[in-house]
Design a protein around this ligand. Structure first.
Ligand code: FEO
Length: 165
């Protein structure tokens, strides 16, 4: 059993993860309509990962006998002038999520909620990976600059990202 504060905070995080999924789905559609099919695929996979993050929290709450409360998901902010701007916004969003996970961990420590701390460790590791991936892509996009050829090659590379098993 987990405390009400922890339950409410995890429910809020389910909404954050669902917003992340929604944001990346919107980015995927935007990339596709602009002709960047590889980037669209990359964001589609990211969308699926975010759904898994939300479902993992939901499963945990149910296992703990706690109520799952789904709130409205905000409209994602899109409309980017370049792929670089899209990935910079992605990294910024992931930093926000990392901060949210950190705050959840602070609460779990304060409440001496060891089970939630163990669950959150997975998310802490995942955030390191996500930020590193985004930073790497931003670095490559900066190198590509305004070269259409380089951008298309990079887009093709991003399209190789498959759905995680
Ligand atoms: Fe669920 Fe991208 O963090």
């Amino acid at each position: 059993m987990i405390g009400n504060k922890m339950r409410d905070a995890i429910n809020k995080q389910i909404n954050n993860e669902l917003y992340s999924a929604y944001l990346y789905l919107a980015m995927s559609a935007e990339a596709e309509i602009k002709g960047y099919k590889g980037t669209a695929q990359w964001f589609r996979v990211q969308f699926q990962e975010e759904m898994e993050h939300a479902l993992k929290f939901k499963k945990y709450l149910l296992e703990q006998g706690a109520e799952v409360q789904l709130e409205a998901i905000a409209k994602p902010k899109i409309g980017f002038k370049s792929l670089l701007a899209m990935f910079e916004a992605t990294l910024e969003h992931e930093r926000f999520i990392t901060d949210c996970i950190g705050k959840l961990m602070d609460l779990a420590v304060k409440e001496k909620d060891y089970a939630t701390q163990i669950l959150l460790q997975w998310y802490v590791t995942e955030q390191v990976e996500e930020e590193a991936n985004d930073s790497e892509i931003i670095g490559m996009l900066k190198m590509a600059g305004s070269s259409t050829g380089a951008l298309l090659m990079l887009d093709k590379q991003l399209g190789k990202r498959g759905a995680k098993g």
